[in-house]
Each structure stands twice: as structure tokens, then as C-alpha cells.
Design a protein around this ligand. Structure first.
Ligand code: SF4
Length: 331
């Protein structure tokens, strides 16, 4: 899929997030900039602790203590033009959540009210955003159909549904107000692989049909590469690479960490015997390495290129980019 050049639905600019700890602040997200466009599925990948989930929560302004947003912008494009979500009044934030930007989290059960029927939970969201009563029943019916659930599911309680059905309900609630952007943080972790595949394919289909952008965080890299258009790779709180899935499938990753991640996961239909783990441990944010944070684990690290003492700058071309001193050198 070609990269898009029109105004993004969300533009994250130089976002910086710390966790305040007794030993001092830990910089968990360090100057990340990222665009998401209408109808685009962007995968956000990286090892545990790379900052993906913190980035998502900060960009939703839903980050709790000990997280503190130190700087940056989260620019939302909507009917009111471009607004910085980080500087909105609480009332305005309440308005844009769910109607402009929504989030699906890992635990469907945690996201649903166990004592309310599905229908009533969806209607609560519609009422909170001023949708007229006459639209409630038709919208609930449309949503059940959109997420391929039988209409009678609307009259069930969450505990009467399977895990996969509950996650479809959560997705229906998230898109009930037709947001422009949907964050999905490990939305299928608790589900078996078949249901996981069905749910992610459903989200991809809805995104393309209804035109909302999606940021998908999942530990399942092969599945991410199957459904997404673009992949952003994070390492140690920073963006390492932004590449199209087509480029990655063709072996065109430019950052050694991206290539390492690809080699560490089995392809969806491939041979697991050829897997290669990335050597070394994930970066310590308490004492990050100087220069490129990946250098202690990187087979291409080279002192004369500055890998050990200079932070690689982010270099971007046509929306795609990489932060590696040696990205333009042949391997
Ligand atoms: Fe490896 Fe150097 Fe590139 Fe970092 S900057 S990924 S150490 S080659």
C-alpha cells in the first residue's frame, strides 16, 4: 500500500513521557513523532518495555501515575480543525474521546460493565455524546452487524458471551461514535489464534470500509505484518524505524533492530527452525547506553560511525524513516 501524504488524523510530535520513581525519573517515551492517516493500519512493535503502551496511553491522555507527560503534542484533525489533545480542557477531552479517538484494551471483560446488557452499554455511550434517542436502536443493530455478531447479542450480558464475542462487543462500542482513530493495545492477547485472526481481520475490514485509522499494538508480529499497512518499531522509548509492511516483507528493513525482530519471529506459514533471537538484554532505561541505545546488541555497531557515542538522528523520507547511523550503508 502506498504511504499517504494528506493530513493525518493524528500527528504525535516529539512526545516525551517519564515515569517518576523514587530513584529519579525514567524516560519511557523519548521524543517520538508519528502520523496516522484515515483508513491506515499502523502496527506499533518492539520488545516489552520499549514504550509502546505508554505511548498509547499518553496519546489518549489516559496515562496515570507514575507517568508524566513532559512535552510534545498530540494533534487531532477533526471538525474543529487541528487541536492538541494534550492541551484540551477536560470538557473538550471528554467530547473527543470515543467520538474522535477511541481505545480497545487487552481485557474485554475489564472494559465492559458486567451488570449491564450490551445494548445498554452502547446506548450509554451514545447518550453521553448526544446521539438522539431515535438513533439508538438502529445504531446498536448496525454495530452488531458491523462486528458480525447476531442481533440478539445486544440483549446479552457480558458473562453470557465467549471471549471473542466480548472483544467484538468492545470493538462495536469503540466505533459506535465513528471515531477517526482507534488505538488497540494487545486487543487479542487473551484469545486463541483463530479468534485472534478473525478479530484483527475484522478491524482491518472496518478500518478500510469506515475510513478510521488504527494503531495496533500486539506481541504477535507476524499477525501485525499480515493486517497492517505500516509498522513503527520502538526501541528503548525511541522510534527506531517506520516502514511499510511491503518493504519489510521484501527484506527492506533499514534498522538492524527491525531486521532482528523479523528474524526472531516465525512467519505465519514459515519454518520455526530458522528463528534467531536478538542477542543481549532489552535496554535499561535507568542506565541507557550512550549513543545508539541498540549498540550493545547490534552486529553492525561501529565506533567510527558514531554508534557508541552519538544518538542517531531520525531521518525521514516520504513519511518513512529510520534512526541508524549506518542505514544508508550496504550490509
Ligand atoms: Fe546499529 Fe549503529 Fe545503527 Fe545503532 S546506529 S542500529 S548501533 S548500526
Amino acid at each position: 500500500m502506498s504511504t499517504k501524504t494528506r493530513t493525518p488524523v493524528m500527528a504525535i510530535r516529539n512526545l516525551v513521557v517519564d515515569y517518576v520513581t523514587q530513584e529519579g525519573p525514567l524516560r519511557v517515551v523519548d521524543g517520538v513523532s508519528l502520523d496516522v492517516h484515515a483508513g491506515e493500519l499502523l502496527g506499533l512493535a518492539g520488545e516489552s518495555g520499549s514504550g509502546k503502551s505508554t505511548l498509547a496511553l499518553a496519546a489518549m491522555r489516559a496515562l496515570g501515575a507514575p507517568g508524566v507527560i513532559r512535552g510534545g503534542e498530540v494533534l487531532l484533525s477533526g471538525d474543529n480543525g487541528v487541536e492538541d489533545l494534550l492541551r484540551m480542557s477536560p470538557a473538550r477531552l471528554q467530547e473527543v474521546r470515543w467520538s474522535d479517538v477511541a481505545m480497545v484494551v487487552q481485557s474485554a471483560m475489564g472494559a465492559l460493565n458486567p451488570v449491564l446488557k450490551v445494548r445498554d452499554q452502547i446506548i450509554d455511550a451514545l447518550v453521553a455524546h448526544g446521539v438522539p434517542k431515535a438513533r439508538h436502536a438502529p445504531r446498536v443493530a448496525e454495530l452488531m452487524q458491523s462486528v458480525s455478531l447476531p442481533p440478539e447479542t445486544a440483549d446479552a450480558y457480558p458473562h453470557q458471551l465467549s471471549g471473542g464475542m466480548r472483544q467484538r462487543v468492545v470493538i462495536a462500542m469503540a466505533i459506535a461514535l465513528r471515531p477517526r482513530l482507534l488505538w488497540m493495545d494487545e486487543p487479542t492477547t487473551a484469545l486463541d489464534v483463530i479468534v485472534e485472526r478473525e478479530i484483527l481481520e475484522l478491524v482491518a475490514e472496518l478500518s478500510r470500509k469506515e475510513g478510521f485509522g488504527v494503531v495496533l499494538i500486539t506481541h504477535d508480529l507476524p499477525r501485525m505484518l499480515e493486517v497492517c499497512d505500516t509498522v513503527a518499531i520502538m526501541y528503548g522509548g525511541r522510534l527506531a524505524e517506520l516502514a511499510t509492511v511491503d518493504v519489510i516483507h521484501r527484506g527492506g528493513a533499514r534498522h538492524p533492530y527491525t531486521s532482528g525482530l523479523m528474524a526472531a519471529f516465525p512467519s505465519l506459514h514459515g519454518d520455526e527452525s530458522a528463528l534467531q533471537a536478538i542477542p543481549g538484554d532489552a535496554v535499561s532505561l535507568r542506565q541507557p547506553p550512550t549513543g545508539c541505545r541498540f549498540h550493545p546488541r547490534c552486529a553492525r555497531a561501529q565506533a567510527s560511525s558514531g554508534c557508541m557515542d552519538r544518538t542517531p538522528p531520525w531521518r525521514q523520507t516520504n513519511r518513512l524513516g529510520v534512526a541508524c547511523h549506518r542505514a544508508d550503508e550496504p550490509e
